[in-house]
Design a protein. Structure first.
Length: 434
């Protein structure tokens, strides 16, 4: 028996945008029918209906650094931003998710707190290759590795040989923070964004992407380049894909929409690693996204306390690197994509369907019969000004403060149920066999 009907003149399906009625039973979409399909339900009119977004790059930080962020606040922010599935990164929590026992600690901490569905990445660090098969069997979606300092001592980087050993220990997806430490230097004590940018040049990403591709080629494993910032690395990825290497790449809203040339000195809310580069670089990332070379846009939601951002001194070297944007990614990208001639269907592909496909969640990220009824009512014409104190993530620090964005999330459904601030109805997700 159908227990929910949601109709809109602008339903974004895998085949494109069209008027439709979505029929839901027991938390799943059972049919996509004509807009005038008989029966009562929620009629959104010209408000668009999107699938819930899938954000595969979120740092929740709980337990251990819950003052930075936690499952309750992160998932509430996600739902408010139209994100109905997150995959939590293995670091910044204590302990990091580098063995099965640590995964159980994190799941216990998250129990009863999640407003959206949550999956977990495992971590690959020096010496833990013996734990990876067990973590994979417990359902993590793959393994994150850093090729440069992660910023926290309990999650050290791997070199090429250690990455090779990890990849050979388990047939899994490896997601890599690709910066080469030999190309990095400290911009010690400087409030100048130009100094920070110079300390993390494009060459660092280029070299690390080459390393990750080389290991993937030798091992035959899947590798995914996280948060690609440097467009100069794109030809490496294109050539590797053409040669049959199983490599994909993502980027983030801040790399597509923010411009290094306009970052004020001392504005450490803009600090992230790899760094925001210039507008010409962003244009090349947009082109790669349009061409399908970059497959996903995800948040890399990486918050911290205001004190750790060192806003008092504006010291980019000392400030924690990370941008909190899980609630804002959809309007940030839609505002820019619309101006560039892209459609809502493009945005849904980049932020819902392809991230779901990356991690093998076949029932997420699309409005289609058999998929979970994760739905988002989105007004693509409404505008709002970003007020940091209206955001749901724990610490109100964002580089988007004061910006006028287009697109407002009016309602979010998780498996057919409206997401409310008091109903933590999210479930834990595990990797599905392909």
């Amino acid at each position: 028996m159908v227990d929910l009907v949601v109709r809109s003149r602008r339903v974004v399906t895998p085949e494109g945008e069209r008027p439709a009625s979505i029929l839901v039973a027991d938390g799943r979409i059972v049919a996509v029918e004509d807009y005038h399909h008989p029966g009562d339900g929620v009629d959104l009119g010209d408000t668009a209906l999107l699938p819930g977004l899938v954000d595969t790059h979120v740092h929740v930080n709980e337990p251990g650094r819950t003052e930075w962020e936690g499952f309750a606040s992160a998932t509430r922010a996600a739902a408010a931003g139209g994100v109905t599935t997150i995959i939590d990164m293995p670091l910044n929590s204590l302990p990091p998710t580098v063995d099965p026992a640590a995964l159980r600690v994190k799941q216990k901490a998250a129990t009863g707190q999640c407003h959206v569905d949550v999956g977990f990445w495992g971590g690959a660090i020096p010496g833990n290759h013996g734990h990876l098969a067990g973590l994979h069997a417990d359902g993590v979606f793959g393994f994150k590795a850093f090729l440069a300092d992660s910023g926290v001592p309990e999650f050290p980087p791997v070199d090429a040989a250690q990455l090779d050993l990890a990849m050979r220990s388990v047939d899994a997806l490896f997601v890599v923070h690709a910066e080469d430490p030999d190309h990095l230097r400290e911009a010690a004590g400087s409030p100048a964004y130009a100094d920070f940018l110079a300390s993390r040049p494009e060459a660092a990403e280029h070299a690390a992407v080459a390393t990750a591709i080389g290991v993937a080629r030798e091992t035959g494993r899947r590798v995914h380049i996280l948060h690609l910032s440097a467009a100069s690395a794109l030809p490496l990825i294109r050539a590797a894909r053409s040669a049959g290497v199983r490599v994909t790449a993502e980027t983030c809203p801040h790399y597509l929409t923010l411009d290094a040339g306009t970052v004020p000195d001392g504005a450490t809310e803009f600090k992230c690693c790899p760094p925001i580069r210039d507008a010409a670089n962003a244009d090349l990332l947009w082109q790669a996204l349009a061409d399908g070379l970059i497959t996903c846009v995800v948040s890399d939601h990486s918050p911290c306390t205001p004190e750790l951002k060192r806003q008092d001194t504006g010291d980019f070297a000392a400030a924690w690197g990370g941008i909190a944007s899980v609630q804002l990614g959809l309007p940030v990208i839609w505002t820019a994509a619309r101006d560039r001639g892209h459609t809502l269907a493009d945005v849904v592909s980049w932020m819902a369907q392809r991230p779901a496909d990356l991690v093998g969640l076949r029932g997420k990220g699309r409005i289609a019969a058999g998929a979970d009824a994760d739905l988002v009512a989105f007004d693509p014409e409404a505008t709002f000004v970003v007020d940091p104190h209206a955001l749901h993530h724990k610490n109100p620090v964002t580089p988007y403060a004061g910006r006028t964005l287009r697109g407002v999330v009016a309602a979010t459904w998780l498996r057919g149920r409206p997401v409310s601030g008091n109903d933590a109805g999210g479930r834990f997700l595990v990797r599905q066999e392909r």
